[in-house]
Design a protein around this ligand. Structure first.
Ligand SMILES: [Zn+2]
Length: 680
C-alpha cells in the first residue's frame, strides 16, 4: 500500500485495509464464502424467505410482535435502561448507568434483530429506527474506539477512571462482540457502514489493547461473543489483524493460574478434554473457535472442538437440545478436592449424565449458543449430525424461551414444572415480559427466530444443501455465481412431505442437491419427478442427488413422522424408567391444563405400545400438532408428608393429550413434564 492509499484508508476507518473490500462480497449471516477450511457457505440474507407453514408463522410473529416489542422495551427507560445508558454516555441525557454490565450487548442484539428483519421486509421504518440509534451509539464511542456505557458514564459523572477492563467480571468484550456481529449483519442487510465503522474502531481498540497486554487480560473474556464477532469483522473487512487478534485471544486463555472451570480458562483450550462450566460461555467459546478454525485450519483447535461436541452430545445435553443442567454447582475437576477450594460453577454443565428436570437451568442463551456452535460445525464439515442438533435446539429449547405471541420470555428452560416443589426456584417458570437483571435471553431469542431462514440452505462447490425444511422460496447463487431459484412447499415438522420445485437452474451445468436426512428419519424416501432418486438415503447424513437439472424439476422428500418413545441412558438417574415422546424433531410434554382438575400429571404412565393420534390444534393462534393416546394413570394422588410408599395397583386407562414442549406455558400457568414413567 502506498502512502496516499494508506492515508485515504485511515480516513475511511481502514475499511478497505489489507486487500479487503466491502464491495461485491457475499452477504450471509455468517460469511464462510471465502473461508478455506469451511466446506459450506451460507446464502445471502434475504435469499431464503419463508412462505408458508411453521417458520413463516414464527417469522411473521417476529416481524409483527417480537421485534417491535423488544425494540419498544429497550427504548423505554422505565422498563429497560439500555438505550438510555447510551444517551447518557453520549451526553444527550443526564443520569446514572442502570442495568446489568452486559446491557450494551443486549441492545446490540436487539439492533441485530431489526437488521435481520429488514433484510427480508425492507421496511424503511426499521432502517430509520436503526439509524437513529446508531447515531447515538457512534457518539458514545471514545476517540480510541472504546465503547462501554458503564465506564464512560462513570467518567462523565466524575466518579471513576472510566478506563477499560477494570473488573474481570465485566462484560466489556461480550458487549463488543455483539456490536461486531450486529454491525456485520446491519452492513450486509442495509449496505450502510454507520454501525460497521463503530465496530471497526472498537475492534481496532481491542487489537491495540491486547497487543500490549499481559496474559492476565485473557481473564476478561467473560462470555466470549467477541471471538465470533472478531472473525466476522475479519470476513467483512479483510483486515488480517482481526484474525490475528482472534487467534491470540484463544492462545492466551488458560495461561494464568487464576482461571476457572466456570469460565473455561483454568486449562488452555487445546488441553481441554471435557466441556465444563457456564454453558453460555462454553457454547459461545466453541462457536468462536470454530470460526477461527474455518479461517486458519488449525487442527489442534478442531481436535478440542470434536472432544467437546462428543462430550456434550453423549453426556450433557438434554433431550430438548438444552445445555447447562445446574444453576449453582461445584467443579471438583478444578485444582483441588479440598471442599474449601472446590470451584463454584454457575449456570453450568453438570457431571456427565447429571441432567435433573425440575431444576434444569438450560438458559435460553445457552441453547442458542448450541445452535450457533452447531451451525458453524455444519459449515466446516457438511456433516448432518450438526444440523440435527441445531434443529433439535431450535424447535425445542430455543423456541420454549419465548411465548407463541412473541412477547413473553423464559430465562431457564426446565423439563418439568410442579407447583408442589416445596422450594422457590430463583427464576420464574412462567414467561414474563421482562427478565430484569438477566434479560440477556429475550433479545437473543428474538434475533435467533428472525434469522432462522438463514440456516435453511447452504452452498458448496458441488451444489445446494437443504439443512432445515420449511415452506420457502430461495433465489441464490451457486459457488460459481450461477443462479438458482426454487420453491419449497411443506407443512414440516407437522408433516414429513417436502416438495421442491426448481424454478431456475443454470444451463448445461451439473450440480448436486444435498437433502438432509435427519438422524431420526428411518425409511426416508426421495423422488425426482415422481421416480425414486439415484441417491444413498441414510439417516443422519445428507443424500446427494447429482445430475443436470431443468426448470420445473420436482424433488420430493418423504420423512416418516411417527411419534416415538425415547429413553435416556440409565446413568441419567432422573429419567430412569421413563420416556419422552418425540415426533420428528419436536419433543412433547404433558401439561396440567390438558388434565381434569385434581388429576396429577406426574401420575401418568405411558404404555410401551401406546398409539398416538396427531391432531392439529391452535394455541395462541398458532398451529400446533398435539398427540392423543391412551395412557395409564395412578389414582393414589395423596403424597402429603410421605417420602416413600407402597406401589399402588390402582391404574386406570385415560386418554391424554401431549403438546410440543416449546408450546408449554402458553395457556396460563401450568404444571409440565417431558419425561413420563414407562409402563412396559
Ligand atoms: Zn441469556
Amino acid at each position: 500500500m502506498n502512502k496516499i492509499t494508506r492515508t485515504f484508508c485511515v480516513a475511511l476507518s481502514c475499511i478497505l485495509a489489507s486487500g479487503g473490500s466491502l464491495v461485491a462480497q457475499n452477504k450471509p449471516l455468517v460469511n464462510t464464502s471465502k473461508s478455506s477450511h469451511a466446506k459450506l457457505s451460507s446464502v445471502d440474507l434475504g435469499d431464503a424467505v419463508w412462505t408458508n407453514g411453521f417458520w413463516a408463522d414464527r417469522f411473521q410473529v417476529a416481524q409483527k410482535a417480537m421485534v417491535p416489542n423488544i425494540w419498544a422495551i429497550y427504548n423505554n427507560p422505565e422498563v429497560s435502561h439500555a438505550f438510555r445508558n447510551f444517551e447518557i454516555a453520549a451526553g444527550l441525557a443526564e443520569g446514572e448507568h442502570k442495568g446489568p454490565s452486559f446491557h450494551d450487548g443486549d441492545f446490540y442484539k436487539v439492533l441485530e434483530s431489526l437488521a435481520a428483519t429488514y433484510a427480508i421486509t425492507k421496511d424503511p421504518q426499521l432502517d430509520k429506527e436503526m439509524d437513529r440509534a446508531i447515531a447515538v451509539i457512534a457518539k458514545v464511542q471514545q476517540p480510541d474506539g472504546y465503547i462501554y456505557t458503564p465506564a464512560i458514564i462513570q467518567k462523565k459523572n466524575d466518579k471513576g477512571s472510566g478506563s477499560a477492563f477494570q473488573d474481570k467480571v465485566n462484560f466489556e468484550t461480550y458487549n463488543l462482540g455483539h456490536l461486531m456481529t450486529a454491525a456485520c449483519v446491519h452492513h450486509r442487510a442495509t449496505g450502510k457502514t454507520n454501525l460497521l465503522n463503530v465496530a471497526i474502531k472498537a475492534t481496532d481498540f481491542l487489537y491495540n489493547y491486547y497487543k500490549t497486554a499481559s496474559p492476565q487480560l485473557a481473564r476478561n473474556a467473560i462470555c466470549p461473543s467477541h471471538y465470533m464477532g472478531i472473525v466476522e469483522m475479519y470476513r467483512t473487512t479483510g483486515d488480517k489483524k482481526y484474525l490475528e487478534l482472534a487467534q491470540n485471544l484463544i492462545n492466551i486463555r488458560g495461561l494464568t493460574d487464576e482461571g476457572t472451570d466456570d469460565n473455561q480458562d483454568r486449562i488452555p483450550f487445546r488441553d481441554q478434554t471435557k466441556a465444563m462450566g457456564h454453558a453460555v460461555r462454553a457454547s459461545y467459546l466453541y462457536a468462536g473457535v470454530a470460526d477461527v478454525y474455518a479461517e486458519t485450519g488449525d487442527k489442534t483447535l478442531l481436535n478440542t472442538l470434536d472432544l467437546m461436541w462428543d462430550d456434550v452430545t453423549q453426556h450433557k445435553m438434554y433431550v430438548t437440545g438444552g445445555l447447562g443442567s445446574l444453576y449453582d454447582g461445584v467443579s471438583p475437576d478444578g485444582t483441588s478436592y479440598n471442599p474449601k477450594d472446590v470451584q463454584k460453577i454457575h449456570q453450568a454443565f453438570g457431571r456427565d449424565y447429571q441432567l435433573p428436570n425440575h431444576t434444569a437451568h438450560n438458559e435460553t442463551c445457552a441453547n442458542i449458543g448450541n445452535v450457533l456452535w452447531n451451525w458453524r460445525m455444519l459449515q466446516l464439515t457438511g456433516k448432518a449430525q450438526y444440523a440435527d442438533v441445531m434443529e433439535l435446539a431450535l424447535y425445542n429449547s430455543v423456541l420454549s424461551g419465548i411465548s407463541l405471541k412473541g412477547t413473553e420470555f423464559l430465562y431457564t428452560n426446565p423439563l418439568a414444572y410442579s407447583d408442589e416443589l416445596p422450594f422457590k426456584q430463583r427464576w420464574s417458570k412462567d414467561r414474563v415480559g421482562y427478565i430484569g437483571l438477566s434479560n440477556c435471553c429475550p433479545p437473543n431469542v428474538v434475533r435467533t427466530v428472525a434469522e432462522v431462514n438463514n440456516y435453511a440452505y447452504s452452498v458448496s462447490d458441488k451444489g445446494l444443501w437443504f439443512n432445515l425444511y420449511g415452506g420457502s422460496k430461495l433465489a441464490t447463487k451457486l459457488k460459481d455465481g450461477s443462479e438458482v431459484k426454487l420453491t419449497q412447499v411443506t407443512n414440516y415438522p407437522w408433516d414429513g412431505n417436502i416438495n421442491v420445485t426448481l424454478d431456475q437452474v443454470p444451463r448445461k451445468k451439473e450440480f448436486s442437491l444435498f437433502m438432509r436426512i435427519p438422524g431420526w428419519a428411518n425409511d426416508a424416501k426421495i423422488l425426482v419427478n415422481g421416480k425414486p432418486a439415484d441417491a444413498k438415503v441414510t439417516p443422519g447424513e445428507y443424500a446427494e442427488i447429482s445430475g443436470k437439472w431443468s426448470k420445473g424439476d420436482k424433488v420430493e422428500l418423504i420423512l416418516p413422522m411417527e411419534a416415538k418413545l425415547i429413553e435416556a441412558n440409565p446413568l441419567v438417574e432422573e429419567t430412569r424408567g421413563q420416556v419422552a415422546v418425540k415426533r420428528g424433531p419436536v419433543v412433547y410434554c404433558v401439561e396440567s391444563v390438558d388434565f381434569p382438575k385434581g388429576q396429577d400429571i406426574f401420575n401418568v404412565a405411558i404404555p410401551a405400545d401406546i398409539q398416538f393420534t396427531p391432531k392439529l390444534i391452535k394455541i395462541e393462534n398458532s398451529d400446533v400438532m398435539s398427540l392423543e393416546g391412551k395412557a395409564q394413570v395412578v389414582q393414589d394422588k395423596e403424597w402429603k408428608n410421605q417420602l416413600y410408599r407402597e406401589v399402588s395397583k390402582k391404574d386406570q386407562a385415560m386418554q391424554v393429550r401431549l403438546v410440543p414442549y416449546y408450546a408449554w406455558g402458553n395457556r396460563g400457568h401450568s404444571e409440565m413434564s417431558v419425561w413420563m414413567p414407562l409402563n412396559r
